[in-house]
Write a protein that binds this ligand. Structure first.
Ligand code: NAD
Length: 471
């Protein structure tokens, strides 16, 4: 759905709404908004039929107020310079909001990944990495890549391997990219992290008694229904954790269309059905919905767009029936739609808060790569012995034996994934509290997106002020 504003205009419109609540010189605010550098690359790809195809790719580094910069790599036909600039800007505000010490960046390759065999995807990924290396747009202390739409652990492993091959005598090369397979320096919990963070974020919002009262809803997730657009990494995991957290999925869509059942769906069963039938349609008990955009307008309490930007615009915003929209994707709601929804009393949870779980756990992976040791490895045996003694003392004092599974769980203590997930949960709760405080400061007259911008811009402005400007 088109708009007269580009994707980066949309982000800047959100930024501008926060400006009246801040007290910084116009020049500093302009610098915070500006994208510091963009690199457009073209390179040839030799296909199996010997044809040569020209591939277009980009990397944008939005803000160097903290280094390294960090951001995902997207493989999609929508990729262009404006899209990577917009997504890099969003990364800057996201990292500031959740206190992850990076500037924002983003990259993309203009391809539809389904059209390429895996050998071509590997060649494209390796060549892209090489080009970034040539121009100093990748490195553990420069610019750290990650998965985004259309990419995953496999591409991240190729990036790590290519960068390592090009970097002699550097022990930290694996930290040039996050979202790697665990066996190649990844961290447990990264694959699920963005979706898990979406769940934590929505759960926090639904705990707010005042906000739920205004919407005429109860607190908690237990009696809430939701619809998810996109069953990829973010959408699938968000839906799964929401379901496990007590909410009921009533609608799910993929690019071919959607399904709806007001009595509830099982997310894993839908995924299995789609894999077996190569389509989401005709899921037992559910109504087929011709297009993914049509499903956005179906009844539910929480709508979770988790595919691409510009899904809810001025054209369909007035038909959305959900009370809460959780932006799991980047930029699914345009600035104009945001205004219409606010007017209609819909509570919108902004993308750069809600999907910040990915970069949060990427930060944990980067730290793991730089320290060269798995979380919990050093103290594991020591803690197990201490926990064993506590359990035995408890059993002796109470003269009762603990359940065998519970006993084992307590003795083993947290593993890497538990540590990562608790760090993620804490981060999402803290960031929500900061947005909440900023909004309460203005007596809730501003929306959560504006509150999130206020928090982020304050932190970035502080960096510029304390560090000064070089030279
Ligand atoms: P993905 O490629 O794993 O999944 C996207 C899914 O959406 C795919 O299954 C695709 O078929 C589906 N899709 C495409 N068009 C659709 C449509 N019109 N309707 C319904 N489904 C459609 O990508 P992802 O990593 O899940 O990313 C999704 C969004 O989340 C993007 O906006 C991305 O920038 C954002 N995001 C991702 C991460 C991450 O860690 N992967 C982190 C933060 C934000």
């Amino acid at each position: 759905m088109s708009s007269k504003f580009s994707f980066s205009d949309q982000i800047n419109l959100g930024f501008d709404k926060a400006v009246p609540y801040l007290d910084y010189p116009a020049g500093l605010l302009s610098q915070i908004k500006a994208c510091n550098s963009v690199y457009h690359i073209t390179f040839p790809l030799q296909r199996a039929n010997n044809q040569i195809e020209v591939i277009h790719a980009w990397r944008a580094e939005h803000s160097h107020h903290k280094r390294p910069v960090k951001g995902g790599v997207r493989y999609a036909m929508s990729v262009n310079e404006d899209e990577v600039v917009a997504l890099a800007a969003s990364m800057t505000y996201k990292c500031a909001l959740v206190d992850v010490p990076y500037g924002g960046s983003k990259g993309g390759v203009k391809i539809s990944r389904h059209k390429y065999p895996v050998e071509d995807l590997e060649r494209i990924t390796r060549r892209y990495t090489y080009e970034l290396h040539e121009k100093n747009f990748i490195g553990p202390g420069i610019d750290v890549l990650a998965p985004d739409y259309g990419t995953g652990p496999e591409e991240m492993a190729w990036i790590a391997d290519t960068y390592t091959a090009l970097s002699e005598d550097d022990l930290n090369t694996l930290a040039c990219v996050t979202g790697k397979p665990v066996s190649q320096g990844g961290v447990r919990g990264r694959i699920e992290a963005t979706g898990r963070g979406v769940f934590f974020g929505i759960r926090e919002v639904c705990r707010d008694q005042d906000d739920m009262n205004v919407l005429g809803l109860n607190t908690g997730l237990g009696d809430k229904t939701f619809i998810v657009q996109g069953l990829g990494n973010v959408g699938y995991h968000a839906a799964k954790f929401m379901q496990e957290g007590g909410a009921t999925p009533v609608g799910v869509s993929e690019y071919e269309g959607g399904i709806y059942n007001k009595d509830g769906l099982d997310v894993d069963a839908v995924v299995t059905h789609r894999r077996e039938h190569e389509s989401i349609f005709d899921f037992p008990g559910a109504e087929n919905v011709a297009s993914s955009s049509e499903l956005l307008e179906y009844p539910c309490d929480i709508l979770i767009p988790a595919a691409l930007q510009n899904q809810i615009t001025r054209k369909n915003a007035h038909r959305i029936q959900a009370n809460i929209i959780g932006e799991a994707a980047n930029g699914p709601v345009t600035a104009a739609a945001n205004d219409i929804l606010k007017e209609r009393g819909v509570l919108l949870i902004p993308d750069f808060y809600l999907n910040a779980g990915g970069v949060t756990v990427s930060y944990f992976e980067w730290l793991k790569n730089l320290s060269h040791v798995r979380y919990g490895r050093m103290q594991k045996r020591f803690e197990e012995s201490a926990n064993q003694r506590i359990v035995e003392a408890f059993e002796e004092l109470t003269n009762k034996k603990l359940d065998i599974d519970k006993r084992q769980e307590i003795i083993e203590g947290p593993g890497e994934e538990d540590i990562v997930n608790s760090g993620l949960e804490d981060t999402m709760i803290q960031a929500y509290q900061e947005m909440h405080t900023a909004r309460n400061h203005h007596e809730k007259s501003i929306d959560l997106r504006t509150a999130a911008f206020i928090v982020s811009i304050n932190k970035i402005a502080r960096s510029y002020r304390e560090l000064g400007i070089f030279p």
